[in-house]
Design a protein around this ligand. Structure first.
Ligand code: GTP
Length: 596
C-alpha cells in the first residue's frame, strides 16, 4: 500500500474507559472480524491464552476502510495500559501519526489519559478527541467535551461522541481517522529502517516482533540486522495482522506489521531498536532507543525451600517473554535460597510474582521493594546499589536516587490532602491546572522509592478513591539516605535492611523492631531487637526470656506425652531459622515482610 493510503493510529484511554470494546467494534465495522465470528473469536483467543499461558493479543491490526470510493488501510496499534511500561507506550506512539483520545463520558479525563496524551503530543501526533459510552444514562458529554476542549484546544463540538457498545458514531470516527491523521512519510529509496515497538514470545513460532517501517522496505528471506546489538538474522516471515497473521511479500514505508526470525528470547528483539538490511545497512539508527532498565528490586524466595529449582526454571521461562526482568541467585539468613530480581516498577513486580505463583504453582515471599542508587564513597569509589546489602560501609560523599514525574488527577476538594501526602513523600510540585471548576491536575516530581511503598494506597484513601495516578521515570537526584539494619540479639537480619531517607530512618527502625517483637516467640534468654545505622542504635525492643521450662509441665506425667512434645518441637524446628542463637519460625519473617 502506498503511504498516501495508510493511516497509523492508536487509542489512548484510561483503564476501563472502553478501549477494547471500541477496538472490537472497529474490527467488526471494517469487516476484519465478521459479526458471528466476533463472539467466537473472542472466546477462542481466551482459550488459547489459557492453554499456552501467554498473551497472543494482537499488537497491531490492519483494517480496510473506504472513504469517497478510495480504499485505505488503517493500522491500529495497541499501547500497553500499564504505568510501568511508559517506554513501551512511548514507542507504540512513535509508530503512529495519530491518536484517538478516548474518554468515558460518565467519568471524564483521568491521570493515565493525561500522561499518555502528553507523550502523544511530544511525538507530534494528531489527536482526535472522542467521548465514549454516550449510551450510558450517567453520560455527561457536554461537560466533558468542554474539559477536553480546554485541554487540547479547539471547539467542544469537534469532540466526537461514540458508543463502543452500540456502535453509535464509530463509522464517523473511522472516517475522521482517514481525514485527519496524516499519511506516513519516509524515504522509499533509502536503506531500510524499521522501529520495533513490541516483541512477544510465542511457544510455537518463537519471538514475534512488531515493527513500523520508516524508510526503505523489508522483504522475506533477506538478512536483517538489529542496530543496537549488530546481531543478524534471516527474515523467515513478514506480514500484517488482520486479525490473523497474513504473510506478505514485504513491508514498505509507513507500513506496520510483524516479523519472525526464529529467535527464542525477546531480548534479541528489543523494543525501540532499529531493524535494517544487513547488506545495505542504514548509517544511523532511528532515535529514541533505550535499553530496558529495571527500576525496582526485590528478593523473591520460595516459602518452601525445596521449590528453589522450580523457581529458577520458572524465571528462566518467564524471561523469554519479558525483556525487562532480570534476576540473580541470592541467599538470605532469614529466607534461605532465592533470587534478587529487577523490575520496571511495582506493578511489574506484582505481575511477575502472580504469574510465578499461578502458572508454576509456587508460593513465594518477596522482600520490601527498593530502587537502585548510585553511591560515591569518600575515597571516590562509585557503587551501583540495587540491594541494601551492597550499600558501602563508612563515610559517603554522595548518593543519587531515581525520581519520577507524576500526574495526579482528582476532584479539587482533595488538593490539600494530596499536597500534604506528596510533601510528606519529598515531592516537588511542578505545576497544577484546573481541568474544570471541580477537577484538578497536579504534577509532582517524586523519588521513586517513595512511590514503591504504599503511596498509591494512601492516595486512594485520602481521596476516597477518586484520585488517579500515572508516572514515568525522570532521571535522578541527590538524596540524604542511610541504610538501616535490623539486629536480632546483635546478629544482622539481612531481609530487613533498608535504604531510607535520613528523616525516616527512626520511624522505619521503630516499626520493624516493634513488628518483630510481636512475631518472634520468646526464647530461653532475653533477646534484644535493635535498629541501627552503622554502629549507632536508633531503636530498641526486647523480647523477654521464657520463665518456665517447657518440659516442667510433663514431670511425673507419662513418658509418651513427653516424647510427643519433643517430637512436635523437632517437627517445628525444620522450619526454624537460626539467627545466631535465636530460633525464629520462618512464618514470623514472612509475616513481618507482608503485614503493614
Ligand atoms: P482495559 O482493557 O481493562 O484497560 O479496559 P478497556 O479500556 O479496554 O475497557 P473495556 O473495553 O474492557 O470496557 C470496560 C467496561 O466498559 C466493560 O464493562 C465494557 O462492557 C464497558 N463499556 C465499554 N464501552 C462501552 C460503551 O460504549 N457503553 C457502555 N455502556 N459500556 C461500555
Amino acid at each position: 500500500t502506498p503511504p498516501a493510503l495508510l493511516r497509523n493510529f492508536c487509542i489512548i484511554a484510561h483503564i476501563d474507559h472502553g478501549k477494547s470494546t471500541l477496538a472490537d467494534r472497529m474490527l467488526q465495522l471494517t469487516g476484519v472480524v465478521d459479526d458471528r465470528a466476533m463472539r467466537a473469536q473472542y472466546l477462542d483467543r481466551m482459550d488459547i491464552e489459557r492453554e499456552r499461558g501467554i498473551t497472543i493479543k494482537s499488537q497491531a491490526v490492519r483494517m480496510p476502510w473506504e472513504v469517497d470510493g478510495q480504499a485505505y488501510a488503517l493500522n491500529m496499534i495497541d499501547t500497553p495500559g500499564h504505568v510501568d511500561f511508559s517506554y513501551e507506550v512511548n514507542r507504540s506512539l512513535a509508530a503512529c501519526e495519530g491518536a484517538i483520545l478516548l474518554v468515558d463520558a460518565a467519568q471524564g479525563i483521568e491521570a493515565q489519559t493525561l500522561a499518555n496524551l502528553y507523550m502523544a503530543m511530544e511525538n507530534d501526533l494528531t489527536i482526535i478527541p472522542v467521548l465514549n459510552k454516550i449510551d450510558l444514562p450517567a453520560a455527561q458529554p457536554e461537560r466533558y467535551a468542554e474539559e477536553l476542549a480546554n485541554l487540547i484546544g479547539g471547539d467542544p463540538e469537534d469532540c466526537l461522541r461514540v458508543s463502543g457498545k452500540t456502535g453509535a458514531g464509530v463509522v464517523e470516527l473511522l472516517d475522521r481517522i482517514v481525514q485527519e491523521v496524516p499519511a506516513p512519510v519516509g524515504d522509499a529509496d533509502a536503506p531500510s529502517r524499521a522501529m520495533i515497538f513490541d516483541s512477544v514470545y510465542d511457544t510455537y513460532r518463537g519471538v514475534v516482533t512488531y515493527v513500523r517501517v520508516m524508510d526503505g522496505q523489508l522483504s522475506p528471506r533477506e538478512r536483517i540486522q538489529m542496530m543496537s546489538t549488530r546481531a543478524t538474522h534471516e527474515l523467515l516471515e513478514i506480514g500484517v495482522i488482520s486479525p490473523d497473521p497474513l504473510p506478505s511479500e514485504g513491508l514498505g514505508v509507513g507500513e506496520v506489521g510483524y516479523l519472525i526470525t526464529g529467535v527464542k528470547d525477546v531480548r534479541q528483539s528489543k523494543v525501540g531498536d532499529t531493524v535494517t538490511n544487513q547488506t545495505k545497512p542504514a548509517a544511523e539508527a532511528l532515535g529514541g532507543y533505550r535499553e530496558p532498565k529495571p527500576m525496582v528490586f526485590s528478593g523473591l524466595y520460595p516459602v518452601d525451600g525445596s521449590d528453589y529449582p522450580v523457581l529458577r526454571d520458572a524465571l528462566d521461562k518467564l524471561k523469554l517473554n519479558d525483556a525487562a526482568l532480570v534476576y540473580e541467585p541470592e541467599t538470605s539468613v532469614a529466607l534461605g535460597f532465592g533470587f534478587r530480581c529487577g523490575f520496571l516498577g511495582l506493578l511489574h513486580l506484582e505481575i511477575v510474582r502472580e504469574r510465578l505463583e499461578r502458572e508454576f504453582d509456587l508460593s513465594l515471599i518477596s522482600t520490601a521493594p527498593n530502587v537502585s542508587y548510585d553511591v560515591v564513597t569518600e575515597d571516590g569509589t562509585e557503587v551501583h546499589v540495587t540491594n541494601p546489602s551492597e550499600f558501602p560501609e563508612g563515610k559517603i560523599s554522595s548518593i543519587r536516587e531515581p525520581v519520577v514525574r507524576s500526574t495526579i488527577l482528582a476532584p479539587s476538594e482533595f488538593v490539600g490532602a494530596i499536597m500534604e501526602l506528596c510533601q510528606g513523600r519529598r515531592g516537588t510540585l511542578l505545576g497544577m491546572d484546573y481541568l474544570s471548576e471541580t477537577r484538578v491536575e497536579l504534577r509532582y516530581t517524586l523519588p521513586l522509592q517513595e512511590i514503591v511503598g504504599d503511596f498509591f494506597d494512601q492516595l486512594k484513601s485520602k481521596t476516597r478513591g477518586y484520585a488517579s495516578l500515572d508516572y514515568e521515570p525522570s532521571g535522578d537526584q541527590e538524596a540524604d539516605l542511610v541504610k538501616v539494619d535490623i539486629l536480632l540479639n546483635h546478629e544482622h537480619v539481612d531481609a530487613f535492611s533498608a535504604i531510607v531517607h535520613r528523616d525516616k530512618a527512626y520511624a522505619y527502625g521503630v516499626t520493624m523492631a516493634g513488628k518483630l517483637k510481636e512475631l518472634i516467640p520468646r526464647q530461653q534468654f532475653e533477646v534484644p531487637i535493635q535498629a541501627a545505622i552503622g554502629s549507632r542504635v536508633i531503636a530498641r525492643e526486647t523480647i523477654r526470656a521464657l520463665r518456665k521450662d517447657m518440659l516442667a509441665k510433663c514431670y511425673g506425667g507419662d513418658i509418651s506425652r513427653k516424647r510427643k512434645l519433643l517430637e512436635k518441637q523437632k517437627e517445628g524446628k525444620k522450619r526454624m531459622k537460626n539467627i545466631g542463637r535465636v530460633e525464629v519460625p520462618q512464618e514470623a519473617f514472612i509475616a513481618a515482610l507482608t503485614s503493614d
